[in-house]
Write a protein of this length. Structure first.
Length: 355
């Protein structure tokens, strides 16, 4: 199992360079309300030499599939073949409110979208006739186009963000990797079982075998320190924000917390957040929820948790470092790197995966 670092725009290049020096294998950039993933990763690519670059995740509703294929090919070429294309359907709150695109039938939309991206990256004509996308436009003046210089771009791995069972099976069926969040080691293992089922349906590995060449990237917050509650405190604000996005019925993170047995607590977090009390919402996040889905504490404690993630089948553990107890984000990054070595979880750089 290798290590990844989740970036924020501020100081992203410095963070990625330090992660590269420490032996991390992947630098991942989110996309949402603060920044787009491509700009951040382009900046990082120019100032690093080895670390891979993963978008976590580019929102399908924000770009046409051909535009995204062109973007992926360009960034992969400029970075020397280091780009990993992470995609996600996001949720109804973001898709309809932020991008003005209908959220209906997200799995079918994702399947069509990924198919067009892959064919375009492979240099095939951009032709598609489906329920959600039609290329070229019927009755229009344009004919089919092809991506020039696509020989290397065809090897860009495609990752899908997924939380629900059907979405996880789809990721196993059509993608090269999975991006997961808010996962305990036990839940990661369950998700990987669904990924295997999707791969089996696609005619790949048997469900009882490993997902050869498939990267299970799980994102976890991390904070070093002897006081577990103090380490968890800054993470509680992040959890409360995501648990309160949009309507609770369509919020993946709210539903996930409920499935983990925190339904009553999730209701309180949501109600406080939407009642104008984000600090109270953060305080309502159970410490046990944060602990189950994060790396907290001194090196030995984090090392045990890292080993549990590796045992569950996670192949990349992407940390979001937090400062606690007078430390800083870099101190947490270093502590996790040491804990990974102590856990004997393999090369933190890991293999380069090329589709």
């Amino acid at each position: 199992m290798r290590l990844g670092i989740n970036l924020v725009p501020e100081g992203c290049a410095e963070t990625a360079r330090e992660a590269e020096r420490l032996g991390y294998g992947v630098a991942a950039a989110p996309e949402g309300f603060r920044c787009d993933a491509v700009s951040v990763l382009s900046w990082v690519a120019a100032q690093t030499s080895r670390i891979e670059l993963l978008s976590t995740v580019i929102q399908i509703s924000a770009r046409t599939p051909v535009n995204l294929a062109l973007t992926a090919a360009t960034l992969d070429g400029l970075s020397g073949g280091r780009f990993l294309l992470g995609l996600g359907i996001s949720n109804a709150h973001v898709t309809e409110g932020w991008h003005g695109v209908p959220f209906a039938k997200p799995l079918a939309r994702t399947r069509e979208y990924v198919g067009i991206v892959r064919r375009t990256l492979a240099g095939e004509p951009a032709v598609h006739s489906g329920e959600h996308f039609t290329l070229p436009l019927p009755g229009g003046k344009g004919g089919p186009f092809q991506l020039r210089g696509a020989s290397g771009a065809a090897r860009v791995p495609v990752y899908l963000a997924a939380v629900g069972d059907r979405n996880l099976e789809l990721a196993g069926e059509i993608a090269d990797g999975w991006v997961g969040v808010f996962c305990s080691p036990e839940q990661a293992g369950e998700a990987i079982g669904l990924l295997r089922e999707g791969r089996r349906r696609a005619g790949g590995t048997d469900p009882g075998q490993n997902l050869d060449g498939f990267d299970a990237f799980v994102s976890v917050p991390a904070a070093a320190g002897d006081d577990i509650a103090a380490a968890a405190e800054p993470i509680s604000h992040y959890v409360a924000h995501f648990m309160s996005l949009g309507e609770r019925g369509s919020n993946f993170y709210f539903r996930l917390a409920t499935r983990m047995g925190y339904g009553r607590e999730a209701e309180e977090v949501y109600d406080r957040f939407h009642g104008g009390d984000p600090i109270g919402a953060a305080k309502a996040v159970p410490l046990s929820f944060i602990d189950r889905t994060s790396l907290l504490g001194p090196e030995r404690r984090m090392s045990r948790r890292i080993a549990e993630y590796a045992e569950a089948g996670v192949t990349t553990l992407g940390i979001s470092p937090y400062a606690s107890g007078g430390g800083d984000r870099v101190a947490t990054m270093r502590a996790v790197a040491e804990a990974h070595r102590s856990a004997g979880a393999g090369d933190p750089r890991g293999p380069v995966r090329r589709g």
